[in-house]
Design a protein around this ligand. Structure first.
Ligand SMILES: [Mg+2]
Length: 301
């Protein structure tokens, strides 16, 4: 297991070194910053499991750092404010701005260890639940919530392009009715694996309905995505499905749309991809259809 990294944000050099020494003895790896700006750079670029933040820092208050970071709902780093202030109002202020906990200086090793472990336990649960919230439990792919989050992010500051492929397994109801729901589930897992194994590092698969998946391609136009989907469909035609020795054949129909063609939001892209998918279903299934708003629909295989 990799070592837990604690960020120490403290402008007093001696106090910082003392704290690093305590954390080292407790078995933690440390990163150090002496101001809000340096801490922000570390938090932006390194994996930090928890942060100990001094209240008073030369460029801004430690609380401002905490407040800025916890604004992001996906931030799972717990922040512990450390200060010599004794007044309960101060504790209230630190916790109200989003700090997980509060420790008084001078720091005691035993108390610090207990508080850090409590914060780390909380963060680990939070990470687990955040992960569960964006995953489909059967196939392990992302779900519709993740697709919405990621595309909202893309359309808030659109850079380059994004292509969406929507697929629907052909005659899936027949698979369930003929072979049973357990084999149907197996097919869903297999198709998710097949899709995931053909994608590039930035692309991702989401199960968005019963037998419907959306694949998002980053920085690629509709032609590239169409070629990739055709390659995957060909693999599906050649693969064996369900249990060993089964005669089951599985194909899918697919609609592809690029953000250059339906550049407004996920809803518009899904609608356009769905029209192409519907066209594919109506015209024999087992094919990838490219949606081109201005040029009409083009079947590609
Ligand atoms: Mg200070």
């Amino acid at each position: 297991m990799s070592q837990t990294t604690i960020l120490v944000v403290e402008d007093n050099y001696i106090q910082s070194q003392l704290l690093i020494c305590i954390l080292d003895k407790l078995g933690f790896h440390t990163e150090a910053a002496n101001c809000v700006e340096a801490a922000t750079n570390i938090l932006d670029t390194k994996a930090i499991d928890a942060a100990l933040v001094d209240w008073n820092l030369p460029d801004n208050s430690g609380l401002s750092l905490v407040e800025a970071r916890v604004k992001d709902e996906t931030c799972t780093t717990p922040f512990i404010i450390m200060t010599a202030y004794e007044e309960p109002e101060r504790i209230k202020e630190a916790l109200a701005c989003g700090a997980f906990d509060f420790v008084h200086k001078p720091l005691k090793s035993l108390e610090l260890d207990a508080r850090l472990n409590c914060a780390l336990r909380f963060a680990s649960l939070q990470k687990k639940y955040l992960e569960l919230a964006i995953r489909d439990p059967l196939t392990g792919t992302f779900n519709r919530r993740y697709l919405q989050q990621q595309t909202d992010l893309f359309f808030s500051t659109p850079k380059n392009s994004l292509t969406l492929a929507l697929i629907d397994i052909d005659f899936f109801k027949k698979v369930n009715d003929t072979y049973g729901h357990d084999v149907g589930d197996m097919v869903l897992v297999q198709i998710a694996r097949l899709l995931s194994s053909h994608l590039r590092i930035d692309d991702y698969v989401c199960r968005i309905g019963g037998e419907e998946f959306a694949i998002v391609f980053h920085n690629s136009n509709g032609d590239i995505a169409t070629t990739i989907m055709e390659r995957i469909l060909q693999k599906a035609r050649e693969s064996s499905w369900g249990t060993r020795g089964s005669d089951l054949k599985v194909t899918f129909s697919c609609g592809v749309v690029s953000s250059e063609e339906a550049n407004s939001d996920l809803f518009a892209m899904l609608k356009s991809a769905d029209e192409s998918l519907y066209w594919a279903k109506k015209h024999g299934r087992n094919q990838v259809v490219r949606s081109q708003c201005n040029l009409g629909i083009k079947a590609s295989s």
